[in-house]
Design a protein around this ligand. Sequence first.
Ligand code: NAD
Length: 289
Amino acid sequence: MKIGFIGLGNMGGPMAANLARAGNDVSGFDLTAPMPDGVIRAATAADAARGADVVITMLPNGAILKAVAAEVIPAMPAGAVLCDCSTVDVASARAVAADAAAAGMGALDAPVSGGIGGAQAGTLTFMVGGPDDAFATVKPLFGIMGQKAVHCGDAGAGQAAKICNNMILGVTMIATCEAFALADKLGLDRQKMFDVVSTSSGYSWTMNAYCPAPGVGPKSPADNDYKPGFASELMLKDLMLAQDAAESVAADTPMGRTARDLYRTFVEDEDGRGKDFSAMLPRFSARNG
Ligand code: NAD
């Protein structure tokens, strides 16, 4: 396929490289990032999109996505598909989808989970919103960049799935960390805590697969001095998107709101920026109630 790829940072770079390695004709554009192996540099985002069957974007936020979409949609051939893989607010995803549809283009919101490691290994999970025919067009590319693509519904459904998942993730990480800090103060050995909880009703992905206690459970960022992994500021971004979405539909999300507030304090007022989101454990350990 002929693919335009815009936003070649930590995630987009390896995703574009995997598409090129699989034999696709990939034309890339980024304001600063270097061109990945096999990707041909375009002078502008519109140049990358010209003649493409699919244009993929992997950008920081909804405002930038809307600006880039306004530039590329007029350059795309009729019937092409604009597939945004960034994590952005639901409203921006829906606005871009409507603009693309009005111009005769398909559009998908297809945020990912799996992080930089998953982008490099081609093992991302895509959660996708948009029409069936656009999903069918891009499906083979999801199979190259990832191991799973779930078609969640209409425009915005992919972003909705992403922020709901990550709201659970943020809340659960905090619960796991505060429970470890409590266990420490009660004199309970961390390994024993893991052995019990990981096989009891408190088990979760954050305990079983990404344990925030160093030396306990499978290897995780805790074993690497809390180097990300998934940085606390990215978790904060997703929790803020979840709360913005909750406010927009009057959903009551007290745990999500508390998680957002805690990560905001951690990132903005404490030393959380640049640390993995599991570094909440040493934060709790250092505090008294
Ligand atoms: P990044 O900052 O490394 O990459 C973003 C890239 O977009 C940068 O290279 C930047 O130069 C480029 N860019 C910005 N404005 C542009 C424009 N107008 N035109 C062209 N290029 C432009 O970020 P990332 O870690 O690759 O994340 C990208 C998206 O993926 C974000 O929405 C993020 O929330 C999401 N995400 C990241 C992770 C992760 O672990 N890093 C995991 C899941 C989802």
